[in-house]
Ligand binder design. Structure first.
Ligand SMILES: [Zn+2]
Length: 160
């Protein structure tokens, strides 16, 4: 495994992190939520119990817990799981199709924002401070875009 493979894996891991972030970064912009997108503590919406850090792994935790809360056994919405899977798959596939080039990374993040808009359109936007929260959610994404673009440029110069 060469240096360039390590960078490719690191980019995929960033997408994996972003797909987990989608449940706060996207779902909290939708109707029924009044939490800020910056509030990072995860808890069960039914029994309010904090979710352990090792059970916060996107997609994998859902499978380990069979889609239920460890404390009260209430069902975790499959919609959240679907959102995670879609975000991770779309971003990884697009990036891979462009061989993890800076252009491909930009396109991946563009698609993330598109998924966000579609998801909000389908579920309705939140009533309180939507614009402010949307702006903050975008700042998060711009931060991750910058980090990922840095890795993509590094890859570009290594392979040249
Ligand atoms: Zn619970």
């Amino acid at each position: 495994m060469g240096k360039s493979d390590i960078i490719r894996i690191a980019i995929c891991l960033t997408y994996y992190h972003i797909c987990g972030l989608a449940t706060t970064n996207i779902e909290r912009l939708c109707k029924g939520s009044d939490l800020s997108v910056t509030y990072s503590k995860c808890f069960c919406p039914v029994c309010n119990k904090r979710i352990n850090w090792f059970l916060q792994l996107p997609i994998i935790s859902y499978i380990i817990c069979r889609g239920r809360c460890r404390n009260c056994a209430s069902k975790i919405p499959t919609k959240s799981l679907m959102l995670e899977i879609i975000v991770f798959t779309v971003m990884t596939v697009i990036s891979a199709a462009f061989d993890f080039s800076p252009k491909g990374v930009l396109l991946s993040f563009g698609c993330y924002e598109l998924i966000k808009l579609i998801y909000i359109k389908l579920n309705g936007k939140r009533d309180k401070s939507f614009i402010k929260e949307y702006f903050i959610s975008m700042l998060f994404i711009v931060f991750f875009l910058t980090v990922t673009e840095f890795m993509a440029f590094l890859l570009f110069y290594i392979e040249k």
